[in-house]
Ligand binder design. Structure first.
Ligand code: ATR
Length: 279
């Protein structure tokens, strides 16, 4: 089976999609359909499974068949950043693209809306960012998409802790011109270092909690980039250990989607009703 036979674009409407692997549980089609209904836009948005091996062929086929825009999720964000001819500065510095669109003369653009989505969701949940100290757990791809937006929002300091310290140091170096990042192993994170703790590890997907000392959570604003139908392992742990707030990443998901929708359609959808509906 060729890649082009594994999807069909809808006729007579603007088509959009999210590509990833796995992709079947993506909420993006539902989110964008709700945005479209709410704003009277007629479009079709679907989730398409694309493996790493199929990436180039998939992009070529989708573009040829007239796709207007794509969201890109795991594991393709870094690849997408190299694939687009014109990434935004922010996406290039992150080395990750989650939103693609097309221009005249075969131009291809890419941006990363994850960080904006996170910052907007933190602020919407009354978590102040200005002059606050942020501790990020994890140093994978998800972290690169959020660092610059946090600095832009005025945080005083970002600290990263990760099981594999070299990955945290790579991110520290990557963003050294954007802001100062401190790096610690889990067992050496100083007490009273952070006001806000962001879980950017994939531990919640295995119902695990990163090995951070329990007492570093009490009284802090805690945010899990992951989300699930019930509390993630991190959210449960944060609540048990006296976190001031414990919020999962559903709001970030909807808000990063709204930023993509704005790029493609020039319209800012209402996010609150969509978050409420998905809950
Ligand atoms: P993503 O693109 O989602 O960030 P990734 O690049 O695979 O995915 O990174 C996963 C992150 O979660 C890493 O920081 C990983 O730590 P290591 O770099 O040390 O592997 C972290 N991680 C995954 N499972 C974890 C667990 N059970 N406890 C702590 N950290 C975990």
């Amino acid at each position: 089976m060729t890649f082009s036979s594994s999807f069909t674009l809808a006729e007579d409407v603007d088509n959009y999609c999210v590509i990833g692997d796995p992709i079947s549980h993506s909420k993006s089609p539902q989110i964008h359909q709700l945005f479209a209904e709410q704003s009277g836009q007629i479009l079709h948005y679907q989730a398409i499974a694309v493996t790493a091996d199929e990436f180039d062929e998939a992009l070529l086929q989708l573009h040829r068949q007239g796709i207007k825009g794509l969201n890109v999720t795991l594991p393709h964000k870094s690849r997408a950043c190299s694939w687009v001819k014109a990434p935004t500065g922010l996406a290039e510095r992150a080395g990750a693209v989650n939103t693609i669109w097309f221009g005249e003369n075969e131009q291809t653009y890419g941006d990363n809306t994850d960080g904006k989505g996170l910052v907007k969701d933190l602020l919407a949940n009354a978590i102040t960012l200005s002059e606050r100290n942020v501790l990020i757990l994890g140093a994978g791809g998800a972290v690169c998409g959020i660092i610059e937006a946090l600095f832009d929002a005025g945080v005083a300091r970002i600290t990263i802790t990760n099981r594999t310290l070299t990955r945290a140091e790579e991110i520290q170096n990557r963003f050294s011109t954007i802001g100062e990042i401190q790096v610690y192993s889990y067992d050496s994170v100083p007490a009273n270092l952070a006001d806000i703790v962001i879980n950017a590890t994939s531990a919640s997907l295995q119902q695990q909690v990163p090995p951070l000392a329990d007492q570093l959570i009490a009284g802090r604003d805690c945010y899990d980039l992951a989300y699930a139908d019930s509390d993630t392992a991190f959210i449960t742990w944060a609540k048990v250990n006296g976190a001031r707030t414990a919020i999962d990443g559903l709001g970030m998901l909807v808000r990063q989607a709204a930023e993509s929708f704005f790029i493609w359609r020039g319209i800012r959808p209402e996010v609150e009703p969509v978050i409420a509906e998905l809950r």
